[in-house]
Write a protein that binds this ligand. Structure first.
Ligand code: GLV
Ligand code: GLV
Length: 319
């Protein structure tokens, strides 16, 4: 009998078609345009050899166990794999597929966009246009902070972090400092301690993965170390930030502003303290959201599943 492949969402048209047209598997795919209910996934995954999931699915031990011992691959439409129980997957010899590289440019674009938006009061500006707050031209109104000759601090200088630094370099940034586990060779930036990065950066952009070590590493004490004119940008995962502390720091003007593409939880509740802050620009996790990138991510999923079912090495494997 054919192998069972379970998908928790439909993909974009071209990669969806490829997923559907394979004759070597039976596809069981959630068709509604909302996250698959947990009970449904627990049922569907029984007997699956491969699972195609999203970053919004919580792939924990219970889900992996419900699949049964034949599950070979969990492949996620994201570069982040923090929503998957990696320890259990390893114990059960389940490979993890993901989508590195292809999404670097799209995600870095959103990082640069949020840095500029936060530094130049984009939220206050747009709000003033739509609510009548825009009355006349004033010399000091909505003045923000310029990037020329400033210092950028990147937390996690991987592919995405380097692409953000490259983009912001075009806006006149003249110094790059970064913090991470390893010093990067061939990078025009200084590997510094986290404290030094916080104290010296005018723009702090977080691009590192969410792990037990980085969980809530940005708390009130961290924001206190930053410059008063600094902007904080997070394009990684909401879990890196203690959100109540960020809201407090923004409210007290401990830092100038924030730009977030990720929050805890997602979607961010309407009554969350961050919602009412005019110095906090928030996007609904749009990092990889371009047609080009999302189609290619979908193709990578299909390639991963084909390889897993044919017992070949997974082309896009997170190890
Ligand atoms: C997006 O957040 C991703 O991990 O791909
Ligand atoms: C993270 O995965 C990166 O590509 O920077």
């Amino acid at each position: 009998s054919l192998a069972k492949v379970v998908a928790t969402r439909r993909l974009l048209p071209i990669s969806q078609k490829r997923l559907e047209q394979q004759t070597q598997w039976d596809l069981v795919q959630w068709q509604e345009d909302r996250t698959i209910p947990r009970e449904k996934l627990l049922k569907d995954i029984k007997g699956a050899e491969a699972l195609l999931c999203m970053l919004s699915d919580n792939i924990d031990e219970e889900i992996l166990e419900a699949a049964g011992p034949q599950l070979k691959l969990v492949t996620t439409l994201s570069v982040g794999v923090d929503h998957i129980d990696l320890k259990t997957a390893k114990e059960r010899n389940i490979k993890i597929g993901y989508t590195p590289d292809v999404l670097t440019d799209a995600t870095a674009d959103i990082g640069a966009l949020l840095a500029l938006a936060a530094a130049r009061n984009m939220k206050k500006g747009i709000d003033s246009v739509t609510t009548g707050g825009w009355q006349d031209w004033r010399p000091a109104w909505l003045c923000g902070h310029q990037f020329t000759s400033k210092t950028l601090g990147v937390v996690g200088l991987g592919r995405i972090g380097q692409a953000v630094a490259h983009r912001l370099g075009a806006f006149g940034i003249d110094r790059l400092v970064y913090w991470g586990r390893t010093k990067k060779e061939g990078v025009n930036g200084e590997w510094v301690s986290l404290d030094q990065l916080l104290m010296e950066s005018d723009i702090v952009v977080v691009c590192c993965p969410l792990t037990p070590e980085t969980q809530e590493m940005f708390d009130y004490a961290a924001f206190k170390k930053m410059k008063k004119n600094a902007v904080f940008v997070n394009i990684s995962r909401g879990g890196i930030v203690n959100q109540a502390d960020l809201a407090r720091a923004l409210k007290e003007k401990v830092i100038a502003g924030a730009g977030l593409d990720v929050t805890t939880p997602e979607p961010l509740p309407l009554d969350d303290p961050l919602q009412n802050l005019d110095n906090c620009v928030i996007l609904p996790h749009l990092g990889t959201a371009t047609f080009e990138t999302r189609e290619t991510m979908g193709d990578m999923m299909v390639d991963n599943i084909l390889a897993a079912l044919e017992n070949r090495p997974i082309p896009y494997e997170s190890k």
